[in-house]
Design a protein around this ligand. Sequence first.
Ligand code: HEM
Length: 394
Amino acid sequence: MTSAANSSAKASTEQRYGHVAVIFHWLIALFIIGLLIIGKFMTSLDENSPVRFVLTQWHKSFGLTVLALSVLRIIWRLTHRPPAEPSSIALWQQRSASVAHWLLYALMFAMPITGWIMVSASPLNIDTVLFDVITIPHLPPFTELANREAIAAAFHEYHELASHALIVLLLVHSGAALKHHFIDKDTTLLRMSPDTASHSFKRHIVGLVVIILGVAGGLFFYNNIDRHSALLAAGESEVSFIALVSGSETPGIFIDSVVTATIDTDTPSNSTIVAVVKTGTLTSDNAQVEGSLPDTDWFDSEGFPEARFESTDISANDDGTLAVVGSLTIKETTTQVSFPMSLSDEEGVQVARGEFVIDRKEYNIGMQSQSGDGTVGFDVTVKFRFDIGVDSAN
Ligand code: HEM
């Protein structure tokens, strides 16, 4: 093969895109279609589902891979001129195709960037660990904002909106390519197709497969040999309490509680726990307790529908439990609480359990109707348990 033929194997020619451009196109297309399907599927699952947690971690890894590939692709595109449009195609069609292509490039960046901002702003503070190996930092300005929760929700919305725009554009884009191929019978689709007859294209594919297998093998090796820590995700959860009412211990359970946790047993300080309890979903054997607790004087469930715990520090205790410190917000009051948390195997399921005592005076709970502790004690024991569904290190 001559050197001229060799270089035309890489760069675009008058008739077709170069091999690198073709590989970028189909690799990114494959990842994006997978991300759209998995994104829609995982968000349809229960918020507490361990499967949702694991899929979201893979989604983040592949999404950031798309971002990196898109940066490389745009550099390649700007430095390698694409082939001229076939002259048989009307000028208006060439212009609309060009607009659609740049919109697709914009969305290729908008999708991962909105996703990255969403997870950076999220108060859940879950690390993005690329393929469970490299921790990708959160974007700094978004972790510092006072209104992180609202920003995270807004970027979730943008991420979803951008995904809908992307789906529409992808349908138009592939519809147009198929029309060119089957109806106009021109070379539009063939120009971006793998040049399977070319030896140098096959070499590029073999090279790519070797790189992918090498990287995957390296990650697998690193993950299994070098690290033993378990990153664990929360599944089913239950938050309950016991209060002393008229001298007898009265339990209650919040039906709707969501615990999201990553527990790293080797390096406990990497762990985080966030628990959100819907205060209006309380049930108790004591009908009076159940009826009155959502009222303004007690949890004020209309004004403050959620109580929230966020861990700030998790370390190991000598007895094998974890020492958890965090902030507990009930109504407008946030205080620091700390408690030991045990992890145990219960019938094949890893379960985390803990309990701590709060003073209802501190949170202004029931202080108008029960300002003394004669009928309802000041101390209330809060108990929780959550299933740890997944050990992603295995
Ligand atoms: C081209 C890249 C990406 C595509 C096509 C994509 C697509 C999607 C889609 C379709 C959804 C479902 C939206 C909904 O209906 O609510 C979704 C959700 C999500 N994406 Fe992406 N995404 C991409 C990149 C990223 C990146 C880089 C991150 C983070 C680093 C990310 C984080 C998330 C998260 C956390 C959710 C779920 C939010 C929840 O659980 O409610 N995405 N994504």
